[in-house]
Design a protein around this ligand. Structure first.
Ligand code: NAD
Length: 475
């Protein structure tokens, strides 16, 4: 890995240092190993003004869209070259496994390829109004898109919003997460090498309440794309109200897997591994609740305990949480779950060592209405609750204010279809948690937010419709 210890902000084609720096820790040891410039007000303004100039000059839109598609493909090729080096850097700052970090760069490249395929297919419609009129619509880019990225998948989530925004012809100012701001800068390097016009992208690091708040309130902002926690999303929505700025909000979740007695339990355990123990459970769409039909309740508990304990001794895939603060938050929630009467089956404690590890944790008999049942933990903590009837299962699954994803495990196709209608969430997984991919639209309802990322639908988050109605002059 590179010996570099200080990183810079990317401001409209220039790499700039700042007076203040932000320190970056290695979560597996708790030791600071690098720093990054903390964007100044001047940097924020320069990035936004350059983005506006890029939009006004049509830097991304004045040529044929196929050239934008080619540009996105070049960015994808650059990112593919970075898988090894970028993955190592991301693993170090985030604590995730090397394989998972490398996969994030591969996924980022895939986003650019996917939306390159759409850049020249953003077509309007023609609307018949009789022979005296010609009427058509076309899509214009939203303009200057401010994108605020969280620390759990910084490279993946940055690419997820940046690629469709550039495909649509927007200029983008990214606010990188202060905990993991390093690997994401490589996306700027990839864009620069691929020939993205200056001004079309800036990536600034800074604290949320300073840099993030300044960007969303900036006079040049045309759109806000936010991925993060509910309270921050709500603060941003309040700020957005001042300028009636359109937002895409990807917030948290407390998603449930409904497991019926006829489920394939080997298959279920694979979903437990990815659903709640991947990335230390720090996944917005984690399978943080499991509702299990009473007939197989004890059997499932036994298998989950064995699996969680095995995971806790897996030296590669058992990874730390992002920070001491996050570790303490998770442990406090475990403590309160105990007080609320949930039955701790395994974990619930910090793992020995200086890093921010929490043992894979499983609670059974988690009662509806309690904090662990209703609130996002953002850690490796699975809350299990029994149910008897199908109707009860869906009512329990829907009994939170979130609605990001949900899952059902059954061999009965009719029941799977009933579940997919009954479960209130933006995505429903049948027999495999995280089934789908970058091609499938993702986003929530309720407190999980609104708007969709991924898939073809996401591209339309980055454009607005203009209608042109022409009165044809009489002969
Ligand atoms: P967070 O809300 O604390 O921070 C997210 C980003 O917002 C960071 O870059 C932060 O600096 C910035 N920010 C903070 N305050 C701000 C403000 N006032 N104005 C503008 N920006 C501000 O969230 P986090 O702790 O980084 O991430 C964890 C949360 O994100 C979890 O709740 C998780 O569910 C959610 N998340 C959702 C998705 C999704 O796609 N739905 C994906 C990943 C994470």
């Amino acid at each position: 890995m590179s010996e570099k210890t200080h990183w810079l902000n990317f401001v409209a084609g220039e790499w700039l240092d700042a007076e203040r720096h932000i320190e970056v820790e290695d979560p597996s040891s708790g030791k600071v190993f690098a720093s990054i410039a903390c964007a100044s007000d001047t940097d924020i303004d320069a990035a936004m003004v350059a983005a506006r100039a890029c939009v006004n000059k049509g830097e991304l839109t004045r040529h044929r869209p196929l050239e934008r598609a080619a540009l996105l493909r070049r960015i994808a090729r650059e990112l593919e070259q970075m898988v090894e080096q970028g993955g190592a850097l991301l693993a170090r700052e985030n604590g995730k496994s090397l394989a998972d970090a490398q996969e994030e760069f591969a996924i980022a490249a895939r986003y650019f390829d996917y939306y390159a395929g759409m850049a020249d297919k953003i077509e309007g419609t023609s609307i018949p109004l009789g022979e005296d009129y010609v009427d058509f619509t076309y899509y214009e880019p939203m303009g200057v898109s401010v994108q605020i990225v969280p620390w759990n998948f910084p490279v993946d989530i940055c690419a997820r919003s940046l690629a469709p925004a550039l495909a649509a012809g927007c200029a983008v100012v990214v606010k990188s997460p202060e905990n993991t701001p390093l690997a994401i800068t490589m996306i700027a390097t990839a864009c620069q090498r691929a020939g993205l016009p200056e001004g079309a992208l800036s990536i600034l690091c800074g604290y949320g309440h300073e840099t993030g708040a300044a960007l969303v309130a900036h006079r040049e902002v045309d759109q806000i794309v936010f991925t993060g926690s509910v309270p921050t999303g709500q603060a941003i929505l309040r700020a957005a109200a001042d300028r009636a700025t359109p937002c895409v909000m990807e917030l948290g979740g407390k998603s449930a897997a409904v497991v019926f007695a006829d489920a394939d339990l080997d298959n279920l355990m694979d979903s437990v591994r990815w659903g709640i123990f991947f990335n230390g459970g720090q996944v917005c769409s984690a399978m943080s609740r499991m509702l299990v039909q009473r007939d197989i309740y004890d059997q499932v508990l036994a298998r989950v305990i064995t699996f969680a304990e095995k995971m806790g001794s897996d030296s590669v895939n058992f990874t730390p949480l992002i920070s001491a603060q996050q570790q303490q938050r998770v442990l406090d929630m475990c403590e309160r779950a105990n007080q609320d009467g949930a039955r701790l089956l395994t974990g619930g404690k910090a793992q020995i060592g200086d890093g921010y590890y929490v043992a894979p944790t499983v609670f059974a008999d988690v009662a509806p209405g309690t904090e662990l049942f209703c609130q996002e933990v953002f850690g490796p903590v699975l809350a299990i609750t029994p149910f008897d009837s199908e109707e009860e299962a869906y009512a329990l699954a829907n009994a939170t204010e979130y609605g990001l994803v949900a899952g059902v495990f059954t061999r009965d196709l009719g029941r799977a279809m009933r579940a997919s209608r009954a479960l209130q969430a933006g995505q429903v997984f049948v027999n495999e948690w995280y089934a789908g991919g970058i091609e499938t639209p993702f986003g929530g309802i309720g407190l999980s937010g609104f708007g969709r990322e991924k898939g073809q639908q996401a591209l339309y988050s980055y454009v607005r419709t203009k209608n042109v109605a022409i009165r044809v002059p009489k002969a």
